[in-house]
Design a protein around this ligand. Structure first.
Ligand code: NAP
Length: 285
C-alpha cells in the first residue's frame, strides 16, 4: 500500500488530509506548529517529527505551505525535505509559489534522485473540504501518473503542463484575475451602500446577469454582514498578487488593474486584516 506524507496542516492541508484519510489512505503528517495535526491524528493519521522523517517513511509526500519562503524553508532547512530525499521518493508541492521557487526545488530533488511535481490548487477551503479542488500540475509526468489517485480524492480535475513552473504560472494568472475581481466587487458594494442601495439588492441583481459568479454569491452576503472569517487568508492573496505582478514585470506585460488592486490588499494587510479572508479588502475600500 502506498504511504503518503503531508507537510503543512493549515486551512487547506487539514481539509485535504481529512479527505485522504476518509478514503482509507495511509497518511503521515507534519506541521511546524505540531498541535495543528491533532485532529488528523484522531482521525487515524500518523505523525512524524520532521519533514525529513516524513519523506523517509513515505513514497509520495505532499506539501501545502504559505509562500515561496515557507516552501524553501521546508525543503532546504535543517531536517527538511531534502535531508530525507533519495531515489524512489516523490515530492508534490501544492503550495502557491513563484515558478522560480518550483524550479529551484525541482532541481534539488532531482539531484538527490527523487521525483518532483508542482501542483498548486484552484479552489478554496470549501472545495478542499468537498474534495473538488483543481490541480495545476507540472514536472515529472511519471509522478503525475503515480499521484493521480490521491489528486482525484482531493480534487475534481487535474491539468498537466509539461514544463516545471507552468503550474505556478497558471495559478498566479488565475488568482490575479480573482484578486482584481474581488476589489471591483467590493468597490461596487461600497458605492451602492454609499448612495443608499442595499448591498443584498446589488448582489441579487448581479446574480441575474452574465457577470454572475460563485465567488460573488458566496462572499457577497458575508461581506455585506461584515463577516470575514478566513477561507483564503488576505496575506496569501496579497502574496499571489505580488508574485503575479513580478511575473508581468519579468515578461513586460503591464497589469494596471492588478497593480491597483494589489495596493488595496497591501493596505488591508497592514491595517490588521492579514489573517482575515481576502474579502476583508472591503474594509479599506
Ligand atoms: P494557512 O492556513 O496560513 O497555512 C499555512 C501553512 O504553512 C501552515 O501549516 C504553516 O505552519 C505553514 N508554514 C508557514 N511558514 C512555514 C515555514 N517557514 N516552515 C514550515 N511551514 C510553514 O494557509 P492555507 O490557506 O492553508 O494556504 C496554504 C497555501 O495554499 C498558500 O500557498 C496559499 O496561497 C494556497 N492556497 C490557499 C487557498 C485558500 O483558499 N486558503 C486556496 C488555494 C491555494 P504553522 O501552522 O506552523 O503556521
Amino acid at each position: 500500500m502506498t504511504k503518503y506524507g503531508f507537510l503543512g496542516i493549515g486551512i487547506m492541508g487539514k481539509a485535504m488530509v481529512a479527505n485522504l484519510l476518509q478514503a482509507g489512505l495511509d497518511v503521515t503528517v507534519w506541521n511546524r506548529t505540531a498541535s495543528r495535526c491533532d485532529s488528523l491524528i484522531d482521525m487515524g493519521a500518523s505523525h512524524a517529527d520532521s519533514p525529513a522523517a516524513v519523506i523517509e517513511k513515505c513514497d509520495i509526500t505532499f506539501a501545502m505551505v504559505s509562500d515561496p519562503e515557507a516552501a524553501e524553508a521546508l525543503c532546504f532547512g535543517e531536517h527538511g525535505v531534502l535531508a530525507g530525499m533519495s531515489a524512489g521518493k516523490s515530492y508534490v508541492d501544492v503550495s502557491t509559489v513563484a515558478p522560480e521557487t518550483s524550479q529551484k526545488i525541482s532541481a534539488a530533488i532531482k539531484e538527490k534522485g527523487g521525483m518532483f511535481l508542482e501542483a498548486p490548487v484552484s479552489g478554496s477551503k470549501k472545495p478542499a473540504e468537498d474534495g473538488t479542488l483543481v490541480f495545476l500540475c507540472s514536472g515529472d509526468e511519471a509522478l503525475y501518473t503515480l499521484a493521480k489517485p490521491a489528486l482525484d480524492i482531493m480534487g475534481k480535475k487535474s491539468y498537466y503542463f509539461s514544463e516545471t513552473g507552468q503550474g505556478a504560472q497558471m495559478k498566479l494568472v488565475i488568482n490575479m484575475v480573482m484578486g482584481t475581481m474581488m476589489t471591483a466587487f467590493a468597490e461596487g458594494l461600497a458605492l451602492g451602500d454609499k448612495i443608499g442601495l442595499k448591498m443584498e439588492d446589488v448582489i441579487d441583481v448581479l446574480a441575474q446577469g452574465a457577470i454572475n459568479n460563485p465567488m460573488f454569491q458566496l462572499k457577497g452576503p458575508l461581506m455585506a454582514d461584515g463577516k470575514f472569517a478566513p477561507a483564503f487568508p488576505l496575506k496569501h492573496m496579497q502574496k499571489d498578487m505580488r508574485l503575479a505582478l513580478q511575473l508581468g514585470d519579468k515578461h513586460s506585460q503591464p497589469m494596471y488593474t492588478a497593480a491597483a488592486a494589489n495596493n488595496s490588499y497591501i493596505k488591508a494587510r497592514d491595517n490588521g486584516s492579514e489573517d482575515e479572508d481576502f474579502s476583508a479588502v472591503m474594509k479599506v475600500i
